[in-house]
Design a protein around this ligand. Structure first.
Ligand code: NDP
Length: 340
């Protein structure tokens, strides 16, 4: 069986986090409904990922697959493929649980679904606090973060951090926290370089973990009006050919060379292998300069239905989607509909 050898970044508390992890958000379909039918494919792809050497798994309460992940991990430990302490598992607290005391409830529920004693990292998924009914609860994310600090103290997680925090929110958090967040997980890709935010986080010892790192490049995400580079972009194809790699591998390698960890999601074994096979080449300065030109601030993930809520982190758009999809407010867990 093929194997990958994934190096790690060091977090500000000394823990090591593998530079490429496995993303587990299955996404929503055109009707904004959760793609539950993919849960069994995820189990297979994640099992394969662990077999070939992935050691970092990114999940969240929202993703409904914590039970499946727990089962795969348990099986791989029982088979002797991996030890729990060799894995780095991240989960996230959803917007309904932003009161200080609710954070622990959320983390304990994640641990129960994962069937684990601890996770390695817990993040505030988004800075907004929104109830299941879609009410803006206006809870300060500093309060939520205090809840995370308490959970860290109790040993339920080895590190804490945030996700989708913008520059102002990061500055305010860092000025008011006791434990510097280990990571900020944000969208970053060739179109959305996030230079200022990334440099700020890195200057403060906060590791940036990138999501949607292919942006709109891959066929499953490209739209008629999404910008270059698409997967067949000539500049990117030329660079990729030079190193004997795929355009997607160049995209992930570029982020790695910027000091950014990535968590690409794939249900295809070939792509799971390909996405982690980026540590045997190095982009040169000229190629880096060429690739940097694609940064035009274009965001792929725009949850505009949240844009009028307090602490929404991105610029507002002119014609936002109306109404938060029910699938982002109420759910049961993955294939295990009886849990939660
Ligand atoms: P990705 O950029 O990882 O793209 C995933 C898509 O690309 C899927 O359609 C996948 O299809 C396809 N794909 C994967 N690898 C390749 C490849 N080598 N070549 C061509 N196509 C490929 O986006 P995501 O939005 O899924 O983000 C990754 C992870 O980040 C999520 O799973 C989740 O864990 C996390 N995330 C966090 C967010 C947050 O708010 N904190 C928000 C969004 C994501 P296929 O499965 O068929 O291969």
């Amino acid at each position: 069986m093929a194997k990958v050898n994934i190096p790690s970044f060091k977090l500000n508390n000394g823990l090591e986090i593998p530079a490429v992890g496995y993303g587990t958000w299955l996404g929503l379909d055109e009707k904004m409904e959760f793609k539950i039918q993919d849960a069994s494919k995820l189990v297979e792809a994640l099992s394969y990922a662990i077999d070939i050497g992935y050691r970092h798994i990114d999940t969240a309460h929202l993703y409904r697959v914590e039970p499946e992940i727990g089962q795969v991990v348990k099986k791989k430990i029982a088979e002797g493929v991996v030890k729990r302490e060799e894995l780095f598992i991240t989960t996230k607290v959803w917007q309904h649980y932003h009161r200080e005391a609710d954070v622990e409830i959320s983390v304990r529920a994640s641990l129960k679904r994962l069937d684990m004693d601890y996770v390695d990292l817990v993040l505030i998924h988004w800075p907004m606090s929104i109830s299941q009914d879609g009410v803006d609860e206006k809870i300060d994310y500093l309060e939520t973060y205090r809840g995370l600090e308490a959970v860290l103290k109790k040993g339920l997680t080895k590190a804490i951090g945030v996700s989708n925090f913008n520059l102002e929110q990061m500055k305010r958090l860092l000025a008011n926290c006791n434990v510097v967040p280990a990571t900020n997980q944000i969208e970053v890709n060739l179109n959305l370089g996030q230079k200022e935010l990334v440099e700020y986080c890195q200057s403060k010892g906060v590791l940036v973990v990138g999501f949607t790192t292919f942006g709109s490049m891959v066929p499953s995400r490209a739209t008629p009006d999404s910008p270059e580079p698409k997967i067949d972009n000539l500049t990117m194809v030329t660079i990729a050919k030079k190193y004997g790699k795929a355009v997607t591998q160049v995209a992930l390698r570029y982020l790695y060379q910027r000091g950014i960890a990535t968590i690409p999601k794939s249900l295809s074994k070939n792509r799971v292998l390909e996405n982690a096979s980026i540590f045997d080449f190095e982009l040169d300065k000229e190629d880096i300069a060429q690739i940097a030109k694609f940064d035009n601030g274009y965001r792929t993930d725009i949850p505009s239905f949240w844009q009028d809520y307090s602490n929404y982190p991105f610029e507002k758009i002119a014609n936002p989607m109306q109404g938060i999809p029910l699938s982002l407010r109420e759910w049961k867990n993955g294939a295990n509909l009886d849990i939660d």
